[in-house]
Design a protein around this ligand. Structure first.
Ligand SMILES: Cc1cc2nc3c(=O)[nH]c(=O)nc-3n(C[C@H](O)[C@H](O)[C@H](O)COP(=O)(O)OP(=O)(O)OC[C@H]3O[C@@H](n4cnc5c(N)ncnc54)[C@H](O)[C@@H]3O)c2cc1C
Length: 224
């Protein structure tokens, strides 16, 4: 059995008692469609990549996807039981909450929220860094089920790579399938542990009481 069933894996309890814990950071995700035609000023702000603005314990990131679609992520530190509105499906109430949270920010940045469509509430949960388990014959995990971490560009890549590696290990007809899965797990744990460490530290700095921490992070990762 391969538990590739995400953050709230139903398979995980068969190998590990770990459960995801709240990071302290919540995202509210929104999107703008057809940005070049409908919001040319915002299209220029986002450019061909993304724009990110950092404040005290909050950040606003807009990321261009294909076809003029732009994802907007409002990120902030709130308690785990925080809700964007009594009825989270009430887009106008959620928009008001977000505009109040980012009150005083520059008008073009707030326009990303003013023109956003539906809103998705995403409190960020993680598994412990370097989560692993004593090998259980016949069961393994991969992807978020094994190593849920902050969404800073690694999780989907790891899940796809692990799926391919596990398939290759099985297809190689190793004779001892259990030993092949055990070796796969060791490799996954080591690599995922590295990324969980990087992304946990990244989230602490990107949504931090000191926004210069976020800017310094980008300086550190500039290619030489
Ligand atoms: C806002 C945001 C932005 C992100 N950006 C990036 C990024 O830029 N780059 C990146 O690499 N990663 C990114 N990630 C992380 C990425 O989305 C995840 O790491 C990735 O989706 C994990 O893949 P997975 O297959 O392990 O789990 P999932 O994508 O969660 O897939 C699990 C699947 O299992 C199914 N499932 C669950 N329970 C059951 C069950 N009981 N029975 C049957 N099926 C079940 C679910 O329906 C789902 O289809 C982002 C995450 C978020 C939240």
């Amino acid at each position: 059995m391969v538990g590739a069933d995400g953050a709230w894996s139903r398979v995980r309890p068969a190998v590990s008692p770990a459960t995801p814990q709240y990071t302290g950071v919540t995202l509210v995700e929104s999107a703008l469609d057809d940005i070049d035609a409908r919001h040319p000023d915002l299209a220029r702000l986002v450019g061909d990549g993304s724009v990110a603005v950092y404040g005290v314990n909050r950040a606003l990131v807009a990321q261009r996807n294909s076809g003029g679609h732009v994802k907007v992520y409002a990120q902030f530190r709130v308690p785990p039981d925080w809700r964007p509105a009594p009825d989270p499906a009430d887009a106008e109430a959620v928009r008001s909450t977000l505009l109040a949270l980012f009150d005083g920010w520059a008008a073009p940045v707030l326009d990303l929220l003013r023109h956003g469509g539906t809103f998705v509430h995403r409190p960020l949960y993680v598994l412990p860094v370097s989560h692993s388990w004593p090998h259980v014959p016949g069961v393994t995990l991969l992807g978020d089920a094994a190593h849920l971490m902050p969404p800073l560009g690694a999780g989907a890549n790891l899940a796809m790579l692990e799926g391919a590696e596990l398939a290759e290990a099985i297809a190689a007809d190793p004779g001892d399938l259990d030993e092949a899965v055990r070796a796969f797990e060791e490799r996954m744990w080591e690599r995922a542990g590295t990324w969980a460490t990087i992304t946990a530290a990244g989230l602490e700095r990107l949504v931090s009481p000191d926004p210069t921490e976020a800017l310094a992070l980008f300086d550190e990762v500039q290619p030489s």
